[in-house]
Design a protein around this ligand. Structure first.
Ligand code: ADP
Ligand code: TRP
Length: 344
């Protein structure tokens, strides 16, 4: 199976990215001997351009995401793993244009993330509007089978599937017949492979410190690699209601409960649930517990990241090797697409 995913280099990597997406890559990478997965993991620096307008900053953020992935255990020394920059694969931007020719305007106009941004008063440009087509090209350029993401990307994945089917229908005259024959029971082979989203129910939406979805754009994140003190402070600032220490507490009244669930063992969680029900512990206690679990879980990665930072050349080498591998894959697919439309 070929697994592909990306994270935009538009800010620091946070708990939502980790539990929503990165933990799934690591699980797929580490699923043991005989595992057939090829992992293509990239840093979506072209997508980041829709929000970052500072060249030095974009370079820094792109490098940061690479370091984050490596510190967390993505292991490009394995044959089956490639880590690369989106912008190093020009085939992707070429494929995007071919896909634009079959993408309905109405599909893009209905994109939640686009509509949300407009609702927030962001002046839309063509980059933001066509963001899902570039994302479809990212996925389709490698004949990807599965794409691990958080719930917020589900609609983008559905669009990538629709665009692949539309492209196949437009340029492969026999595709519809095969599609009808399969009656939706199986994936039909076409010029472009139709991918599946991989969304883990329990971690599909991680909440931020204010109780909304955790997101860079909401300023409510807990970053994985922030300095100790500000990170501790951030955790201690998680929103709560004003229940006094002795009162029973509603798990839905504060994101602390959902966040603890990500880290606590079943026994620890049972105890947390009990004291929430019975009262007797203040929110400060739970926040402190969360901070301790957070630092314990990410201690090794945080230390490893400090080491990796000392050797920028090694990171460049990883990205160059990853790009070479990814490009080999993309060339095959994009060449197929070029022939299908008649530009070769
Ligand atoms: P952000 O919303 O902070 O800009 P990205 O859009 O760059 O984050 O997300 C990168 C990956 O992390 C995607 O697969 C996305 O689905 C996942 N992700 C981001 N935030 C969350 C969250 N709060 N819960 C679950 N997954 C998330
Ligand atoms: N849009 C994704 C996000 O914001 C990042 C992304 C770009 C991506 N291209 C992708 C994710 C392809 C998965 C596959 O998180």
């Amino acid at each position: 199976m070929r697994v592909l995913s990306g994270i935009q280099s538009s800010g620091k990597v946070h708990l939502g990215n980790y539990f929503g997406a990165i933990a799934q890559f690591l699980e797929l990478q580490n699923s043991g001997p005989g595992n057939e997965n090829e992992l293509l993991i990239f840093i979506a620096d072209l997508h980041a351009l829709t929000s970052v307008r500072d060249a030095a900053k974009l370079r820094e953020l792109t490098r940061d995401v690479a370091l984050d992935y490596l510190a967390l255990g993505l292991d490009p020394s394995r044959e089956c793993v490639a880590l690369f920059r989106q912008s190093d694969i020009p085939e992707v931007t070429e494929l995007m244009w071919l896909l634009m020719a079959v993408t309905p305007m109405a599909m893009l106009e209905n994109a939640h993330s686009y509509k949300d941004k407009i609702a927030k008063g962001i002046a839309p440009d063509a980059g933001l509007f066509t963001y899902p087509v570039l994302m479809a090209a990212d996925i389709l350029a490698y004949d990807s089978d599965e794409v691990p993401v958080g719930r917020d990307q589900q609609q983008h994945l559905e669009m990538a599937r629709d665009i692949a089917v539309k492209f196949n229908q437009a340029f492969d005259p026999k595709y519809i017949d095969r599609l009808n024959a399969a009656k939706g029971k199986e994936d039909v082979h076409g010029i472009l492979k139709v991918p599946r989203a991989r969304i883990q129910e329990s971690t599909a939406v991680i909440v931020g410190i204010d109780g909304q979805k955790m997101s860079k754009s909401y300023g409510n994140t807990i970053d994985l690699f922030g300095e100790d003190k500000p990170t501790q402070k951030r955790i201690m600032s998680i929103k709560t209601d004003s229940s006094p220490l002795e009162a029973p507490k509603d798990p839905n009244a504060t994101p602390v409960h959902a966040l603890l669930k990500l880290f606590a063992s079943p026994d620890e969680m049972a105890e947390i649930d009990r004291t929430f029900r019975e009262g007797g512990k203040g929110y400060g206690h739970y926040k402190q517990q969360l901070a301790e679990l957070f630092f314990a879980k990410f201690a090794a990665a945080r230390a490893k990241r400090k080491e990796l930072e000392k050797d920028p050349k090694a990171v460049d080498e990883v990205l160059a090797k990853g790009a070479e591998r990814a490009r080999e894959r993309a060339r095959v697919v994009v060449d197929r697409a070029r022939r299908a439309v008649g530009i070769r």
